[in-house]
Design a binder for this molecule. Sequence first.
Ligand SMILES: [Ca+2]
Ligand SMILES: [Ca+2]
Length: 448
Amino acid sequence: MAIDDLNDWVGCLGGHPDVKTPNLDRLAQKGVLFTNAHCSAPACNPSRASLMTGILPSSSGVYHNPDPWRKSPVLKDAVTIPQHFMAHGYTATGGGKIYHGTFPDPASWQDYFPSQQKNKPDDPMPANRPLNGIPNTAHFDWGPVDVPDEEMGDWQVASWCISQLGKRHRKPFFLACGFFRPHLPWYVPRKYFEMYPPEKVTLPNVKEDDLDDVPPIGRQMAKPQGDHKKVIEHHQWRKAVQGYLASITFVDTCVGRVIDALEESPYADNTIIVLWSDHGWHLGEKLHWRKFALWEEATHNVLMVVVPGLTKPGQRCRRPVTMLDIYPTLIELCDLAPKKELQGKSLVPLLKNPDAEWGRPALTTHGRNNHSLRTERWRYIRYSDGTEELYDHDTDELEWTNLANDAGYGEIKKGLAKWLPGTNVPEIPRAGAKKKSTQKTRRRKTKT
Ligand SMILES: [Ca+2]
Ligand SMILES: [Ca+2]
């Protein structure tokens, strides 16, 4: 199961005091919750391409959303996770958002809902958009819709997956269930908004001058004069937090339906469950909104794994892991042929013992040669121009105080820097980039 744009605002991860996620909490309780899991890239397309192929952005050249990942010379013939399962006799089907919307991958599936080319069902859209009153806001919008749950795309994806679990399968199966919320726009049924009265929601703890010690490339990623300024000017911070929380609880309900169906199915006792989100999300921290940055809010995502007969209920693992580790984990768990090109590391030792030694940091990359490394204690960021940030999570979990330029941290930085990737291949040409056209402005797709 994949959840789009879900940060650590999940009850069991403790990222937000108000959030209600009973079903995600229940799923985490069934197995191992990774509390220090990070994406390979803080954007949908590169994160998902990396997760599904096991190859780092710095090796493939897929760094941003407009990069057509199958055009990467490295990923052109890459065998994705479901393809590898199919090669071992499994059926592989899926529904909803697993790959970034612009670049579905029919080679990965035998059947897909709603279709191989259109991976995501439509959602109801309110009339009179935007609902938040911000001019030219596009999908950066939020507010309740008066429709039953059944009209929501994610509800339909869950229903389709439930129907797959209700089938009699003759072969082992790989089933992918991709949910779209809490991706923007935050239009979900009214009852979820009513769970979070805006005057009562807790706003993120934000330091107004937090960017003062951040190098220029980082400040440019944050764009304080963009979304944040608009949200403040239009008095929308509380309503935005409400919209994100409402969207999370809506998707939590969808997750719960699928878990219930699995538990009631003949496959309850021999099905491995992996639930992940593709990256985190800022809601004003560092005066930044959305993902597209290398701080904790953007890189930290959700990962839980349940393996019947192996994981024990209620376990937690604090080791820094990444989404890249999912592919080799599944290979080991399901006895598939090893693939030496994969750049992640199997999580099986941690599934057996969450306190086992791990010995490597989590790497996140945003754009060519901008990297972040996370250990249990440190976050180290190095941008393409050599500028740096260093945060000590033992004393500064909000990453407010950049220690990179303080004397005394040279050895720490050196120890971390040896984990930076040795190659940083150029970005592959973006979709449509070659045709320098006379057509009207080609709006670069930065959404999702
Ligand atoms: Ca996403
Ligand atoms: Ca700061």
